[in-house]
Design a protein around this ligand. Sequence first.
Ligand code: ADP
Ligand code: MG
Length: 286
Amino acid sequence: MKISAINGIFTSKLNPVNHHRINLSAVQNDAFIRTTSFKGSDNDDSFQAFKKWAEETDFLINAESIIEKKGKVLGCGFEGMTIGIPGNDKWVIKVIKRSNFSQQRTDKSEIFEIEDKLPDLNIGQMIAYVKMPVFEDSSRLFYILRRQKGNSYGINNMPPQKLNKANIDIHISSLKKMAELPYEAYKQVVRDIIKANDAGYIFDHYNPNNIMLDEENKRINFVDVEPTCKESVSYQFSDILYALLDGNFGLALLNSTQDKDAIAEAKKYSDIIREKFETAVQEEMK
Ligand SMILES: Nc1ncnc2c1ncn2[C@@H]1O[C@H](COP(=O)(O)OP(=O)(O)O)[C@@H](O)[C@H]1O
Ligand SMILES: [Mg+2]
């Protein structure tokens, strides 16, 4: 990648005029870490494995009660709600609020495949959708996603969050955890982004909550990806960095009259994150 593009990192967010795009090209000889195992193994989380599991466990019969009461809500975004499946760590259910119910009649519950364009890499992508009858003339629709590990990062920026002590504490502890991740985690997330980009997935980088910080495995994972036509994907690494810095909240804090020590701490961690990420981008784009 060109140095001029690196210079655009982050500043482009502060100055919308300076909004140039970085085209991601495929990295040669990459050695990304497989987050799931091969088909047929115990860790197989492919569509076929899901379908088999669903049949064996009567998932379609239980789905309604998992969504309504038994499943733990893992997170809520602007569009959807993600629900854990009890006793299952491979997949999660995502209910999209606006298309949860439809006035279309369905005769029976059915699982449909959604093409997984990145079977070797877990980016929390959808692998299936399920349609089931609710009443005589309406149906329920929900999605099955590969489950990502980790905790949602930063402060959900929708709606804008208050600069109160509780949020400042979450922001700083998020930055601290991110800053403490090894450099390899940054290289891996850059590789994942490039792979997702090349496969035609769009990552919703506007919300830092779409980044899952996996402290246990020292990984930066992401969720909330949508398949799209390849041509329309054009990330800027600055966008990703902005999310890694919990940018919306971070900028609000930086420009505020809040506690000076808190601001200094946030800045210290932000600088470490920026440094590690920029170096990782440079290395991986060489
Ligand atoms: N594949 C996944 N594995 C684990 N948790 C997830 C997954 N997808 C989403 N989540 C959790 O649910 C939250 C909301 O889901 P998301 O897909 O971001 O919905 P929205 O499109 O509404 O933003 C996320 O911020 C994350 O905490
Ligand atoms: Mg989201």
